[in-house]
Design a protein around this ligand. Structure first.
Ligand SMILES: Nc1ccccc1C(=O)C[C@H](N)C(=O)O
Length: 320
């Protein structure tokens, strides 16, 4: 029997029934952090990731262990910094290499979060140390954030950054894309990319989509849209949730892991779960993980640690 009242059925789009205040809350990750206050959570996140002022090349190995991730990565790993992947302002990547010199390496690309309007590559080298130590090259990608950059342009930039890595390292042992929060959205858009106009098909072997947003429509009705200025059409065109079931994987063995933190908001949980379910309806080799005891920020901060669950999942996926 059909239930027209909807009673007893959780709405497919629960956010449409929320007050403006509740929607704002659901899409403000820092308000869901339990270990710290919202502002302190944001401060800690950038302190752990950022390029500190201590980088002077003369730091002892012991002190390096305590340095913020990007400072430590730049001080201790072989790297190419601010490499242009396009002619536009800010179209740059930082590439960090393992000790052994080879170009036949797996490449792990990271797209930072910050609601497409904050964050930078210079504070996002979280995972460089544990991954390069195991023989993975790590590429931290910069893209032109709002209000200067539009979402369509960011998607194009990220596409070109992936094509750039494939062209520069054609003998790579796989390209793995990882994004956090808004960066997970940008990484997910690469599931839909048309590579023919980029003259190269990247050797995509895996996606790690961490605490992402895949249906952008609710964002239109939050304060995040003041800087983004998304119309409903922009949001729909850039929502992998609406498109991925129809898209064909270039390589059907490419893995797509959707990950969310236990303390992410219910809307973030719904976004990840529904995206995973949609991937499963298509031909994608998808899996889903809810990571225990972490919030929206710790989930990435912990990638500085080699024995962290997500670091281990990433390494196992790359070296399986
Ligand atoms: N800085 C970030 C870095 C990564 C991911 C999200 C953010 C945010 O700032 C989200 C939002 N403004 C919040 O207060 O939760």
């Amino acid at each position: 029997m059909m239930d027209v009242s909807g009673v007893g059925f959780p709405s497919k789009v629960p956010w449409k029934k929320m007050s403006a205040e509740e929607l704002e809350n659901q899409y403000c990750p820092s308000r869901w952090v339990v270990r710290l206050g919202a502002e302190e959570a944001l401060r800690t996140y950038s302190q752990i990731g950022i390029e500190g002022l201590e980088c002077n090349g003369a730091i002892s190995a012991h002190r390096n262990l305590r340095l913020p991730a990007t400072t430590r990565a730049r001080a201790t790993r072989k790297s190419l910094l601010h490499v242009p992947y396009g002619d536009g302002e800010g179209e740059k990547v930082d590439i960090y290499f393992p000790d052994e010199s080879s170009e036949a390496l797996p490449f792990f690309l990271f797209f930072h979060g910050g609601y497409w309007q904050s964050g930078s590559k210079d504070e996002s080298a979280f995972m460089v140390h544990p991954l390069t130590a195991q023989g993975v090259a790590v590429v931290i990608v910069a893209y032109g954030i709002a209000p200067k950059g539009t979402l369509d342009h960011m998607v194009d930039q990220v596409t070109r950054s992936v094509a750039f890595v494939q062209k520069r390292y054609p003998s790579n042992k796989g390209i793995y894309l990882c994004g956090h929060s808004a960066g997970a959205h940008l990484a997910a858009m690469m599931l839909l990319a048309d590579w023919t106009k980029h003259g190269v098909t990247p050797n995509l072997r895996g996606f790690f989509l961490v605490s992402g947003v895949f249906d952008l429509e609710p964002i239109v009705y939050t304060s995040q849209n003041v800087a983004l200025q998304l119309t409903l059409e922009d949001a729909q065109r850039n929502s992998p949730q609406l498109k991925v079931a129809q898209a064909q994987p270039v390589d059907p063995t490419c893995r797509v892991l959707v990950v969310v933190g236990q303390f992410d908001s219910p809307e973030f949980h719904r976004q990840s779960w529904e995206f995973y379910q949609t991937l499963c309806q298509g031909e994608w080799k998808a899996s889903f993980e809810e990571l225990h005891d972490v919030d929206h920020f710790e989930i990435v901060e912990n990638l500085t640690q080699k024995d962290n669950v997500l670091t281990q999942i990433i390494l196992k996926t790359i070296f399986q």
